[in-house]
Design a protein around this ligand. Sequence first.
Ligand SMILES: NC(=O)c1ccc[n+]([C@@H]2O[C@H](COP(=O)([O-])OP(=O)(O)OC[C@H]3O[C@@H](n4cnc5c(N)ncnc54)[C@H](O)[C@@H]3O)[C@@H](O)[C@H]2O)c1
Length: 469
Amino acid sequence: MNRRSFLKSATLAATAPLIITNFNLFGADAPSKKLNLALIGSWGRGEAHFSSLATENVVALCDINADHLAFGLKKFPDAKTYVDWRKLLDDHKKLGLDGIVICTADHTHAFIANWALNRNLHVYCEKPLAISVEEARIVRANWLSKKSKLATQVGMQRHANQNFNRVRELVRNGAIGELKAAYAWGNRQVKPAGGSYDQEKGIVTYKGADGTDKVAGYLPDAGAPPTGLNFDLWLGPSHVHPYNPGYFALGPGANCLSWNMFWDFGAGQIGDMGSHTMDLLWNAVDAKLPTSVEAKGDPFNDAITPIKCESHFEHPANDWRGPIRTSWYQGGAMPSAPKDYVDLKKIGHGVMFKGTKGFVVADFETRIILPVGNEADMTYFKPPTKNEVLPPLGHFQQQWFDACKNPSLKTACDFEYSGNMIEQLLLGLVAYRVGKKLDYDSVAGRVKNSPEANALLSRKYREGWTLNG
Ligand SMILES: NC(=O)c1ccc[n+]([C@@H]2O[C@H](COP(=O)([O-])OP(=O)(O)OC[C@H]3O[C@@H](n4cnc5c(N)ncnc54)[C@H](O)[C@@H]3O)[C@@H](O)[C@H]2O)c1
């Protein structure tokens, strides 16, 4: 029975002395136990959520592109539609909303997530959770203050691969001795539409009208946006830039690669594959925020985030290991291989853990152990038995639905775990811009030795847009 026919038969059952309202027919507290959810961004990555969302009630859709809204409506014909996510959230009580799924461009993630948490809604947010350190800190703090009643998850769905648990078990159970360092890398070199990347110089250029190479910036003015695309709302809190179809050049699910390298719209590969690949490392090291960070990469471009870059972080000891250094490499930067015969470049997105007795190298699905040295006889490592291995996570989106219905259940990539991870990666971008080693006070969220770096922890927003509204 669909929502409309259910409401109709409920109205016809007038003889029953029961008053049924929209609020107790559906929603997490209703007998149906189905969540009332809204999908913000109803095309592209949004489509990847359609089949999971169809197991709950999708009561609202929001998209700044009319064609994309129509696309979502074909799948969820009973949903109310919105163009502006702020209006949707204004209506959350009317809609009987329990939670939202955010599949919009990265520069709006922390905004929408904060607004939803502040209205007591559960949130599933596509990666990255934030594109500035301040955004990561606010969204994490908002969730932590409500964590006993709200469920959150960041779209790092590869975390459900059982290899994540296997890698953690190897590192945690001492297969490589005491952990000393961990490295994650990704080899994507994504350029803006029409641009080409000079690997030697580390610059992106495009051919100007006069035939000479120009250093790439935000895309040039290409006139009015097509009818049906609300470009001003797409820009949202970011500075105004002229419309160019290059921001919408790629296909569904890959379009993020048209805009996420621009400072105003994303964090480049840090927010993109960095979120997924660092997760494989983060899951195994039990780190929180770093005490220091340093980074280097391509020459600074004030429109485009670096393609090639590497950042390094120091972490204090915890209850099972000593202090460690963690690193992120992208766009061609790579950690040194443990032995010449190991070609790390054959792994597009991978991780490596260095211990006192060897290395673990892994991609998202597989891992290898390389014992090193005369002491590395593996006698110290007892693999877990079948009954001791970490249990499978199951279905990643379902884990969030279950936690929405029972917030005492944990989600793997909640806003604390994911917020810490993205705050660290974004600190790397700040260190890259400042060009010196930064000492970080993670409690205060301040850099201790660089006022210039502190000014880069937050973004400036367009008037009328409130991050924590
Ligand atoms: N978890 C993953 O594996 C994975 C894969 C791809 C993309 N993503 C993430 O999903 C997000 C979307 O990526 P995409 O490639 O689908 O991008 P996209 O540019 O195609 O945008 C997705 C949809 O959101 C809509 N949209 C954009 N801004 C909006 C706003 N302010 N309000 C309402 N609707 C808005 C667009 O019109 C589009 O329909 C990105 O943050 C990306 O990082 C995650």
